[in-house]
Design a protein around this ligand. Structure first.
Ligand SMILES: Nc1ncnc2c1ncn2[C@@H]1O[C@H](COP(=O)(O)OP(=O)(O)OP(=O)(O)O)[C@@H](O)[C@H]1O
Ligand SMILES: [Mg+2]
Length: 262
């Protein structure tokens, strides 16, 4: 069925039990039940202030944390909570701050090979060929497979993080403030790389970001979150040009002021 969206999220939610006491029943609702769809080749952004639930959403979508409830469908097929292989082949995170998410003691090639070892039946030669391909795809060289993370510049490490996310040919990449630590030039280079990969591979992106300029530049649709609740959603240009909710207007006005002072 061609009209089935790539990703369908239905009433997905997440709460945390507060650890104040062992018997505490107090729950923090990090993400109220949320429903949305994402099509192939599309970019959806989630914006909001600190604590709006973006990281929680990224974690339950990528399987890093268990969802408290709700359903996730890929091409109409339900993604089970426990099925990490099926998930890894469909949805991958681009890790924030590659300087800490990469293992300093492993060569880049070994780190890129890891998801293939765990999730595919490819033999060594096939895995190395995939590593080569991914390095070239993100604008690095084959030789970089032999480097340790500390031998690379921060922009190159971020490219490795993108390459690692691409290893299993996923359909959806999630970035949770992945480029927040890079300077403006390197961030622009990484974003352009993502746009180029999107065109080449038909990838879909989910962007968690507080940087509204970035969101406006890169996303097709945007969802505005406040304390785990979506208060407004729509086409990015429409939401930016004609925000309906007071909270969206506030976010947009806050973002403009520091820029004028720069
Ligand atoms: N492990 C946890 N245990 C308890 N509460 C948590 C946990 N992680 C997040 N929370 C709470 O859930 C809510 C949403 O947090 P989350 O990190 O998802 O928001 P965010 O939009 O990513 O914020 P940030 O701007 O800090 O990245 C917050 O109130 C937060 O305090
Ligand atoms: Mg966060």
């Amino acid at each position: 069925m061609s009209d089935t969206p790539l990703l369908q999220v239905r009433n997905l939610h997440k709460h945390y039990r507060n650890n104040r006491s062992l018997f505490s029943r107090e729950l923090t609702q990090a993400l109220a039940p949320i429903s949305f769809e994402l099509n192939a080749g599309e970019t959806l952004a989630f914006v909001g202030e600190a604590g709006s639930g973006r990281t929680s959403l990224a974690q339950v979508l990528s399987g890093a944390k268990k969802r408290s409830g709700g359903q996730i469908f890929i091409n109409g097929e339900e993604l089970q909570s426990q099925d990490s292989q099926q998930r890894a082949k469909n949805i991958r995170m681009i890790f924030q701050d590659s300087s800490t998410s990469l293992n300093p003691r492993l060569r880049i090639g070994e780190q890129l090979e890891m998801p293939l070892k765990f999730n595919t039946s490819l033999d060594k030669a096939q895995r190395l060929a995939e590593v080569d391909r991914a390095l070239l795809q993100v604008g690095l060289l084959r030789e970089h497979a032999h480097f340790y993370p500390s031998m690379l510049a921060s922009g190159q490490r971020q490219r490795v993080a993108i390459a690692r996310a691409l290893m299993l040919n996923p359909k959806i990449l999630i970035s949770d403030e992945a480029f927040g630590n890079l300077d403006t030039t390197l961030r622009a280079q990484c974003l352009n790389l993502l746009l180029q990969l999107q065109r080449q591979l038909g990838l879909s992106y989910i962007f968690m970001s507080h940087n509204l300029n970035l969101v406006r530049h890169i996303s097709d649709r945007v969802m505005v979150m406040r304390k785990g609740v979506v208060v407004e959603q729509g086409d990015t240009e429409q939401v930016f040009n004609d925000p309906q909710h007071e909270y969206t207007k506030l976010l947009l006005s806050q973002q403009v002021i520091p820029q004028r002072n720069n």
